[in-house]
Design a protein around this ligand. Structure first.
Ligand SMILES: [Cu+2]
Length: 134
């Protein structure tokens, strides 16, 4: 019976380590956060782009993050030099962040975003691809 007890003790210790690991991981891991496009497709021209910042482990939206849009360009269509200006807009829904941009051409646009999340150190960085329709 002694041979039985030892592995169980090890198993219990490993579970303990796993729990501690996941708790600290949830606090410190910026990979737990991601941006998601509210709409994958927008109309060409003056557009409003809405993104949601999500905490993946619980699927919750993250309000009060400091978001900065770094770039919007047509890299998905091989035109990375074709960039357009992007401006933040006020949002009425917590966890949803809005931007205004002029998408001068139909096709794929890549939005590069960064975020500072309350209580987390470092910066969440994501690239999202949306489609502008003619
Ligand atoms: Cu283009």
């Amino acid at each position: 019976m002694k041979s039985f007890n030892y592995p169980r003790a090890v198993q219990a210790a490993l579970i303990g380590i796993a729990i501690i690991g996941s708790v600290t991981g949830a606090r410190a891991d910026l990979k737990d956060y991601e941006f998601q496009l509210v709409d994958q497709t927008v109309r060409k021209g003056d557009a409003i782009i809405s993104v949601r910042l999500v905490h993946k482990p619980d699927g919750k939206s993250v309000p009060d993050a400091v978001i900065f849009a770094t770039r919007l360009d047509m890299a998905p269509d091989g035109m990375q030099e074709m960039a357009t200006r992007i401006a933040p807009m006020p949002s009425t829904e917590p966890g949803i962040y809005k931007f205004k941009a002029t998408l001068s051409m139909a096709g794929g646009w890549q939005l590069s975003l960064g975020a500072k999340v309350q209580g987390e150190t470092g910066t969440v960085e994501n690239k999202l691809v949306l489609k502008a329709t003619p």
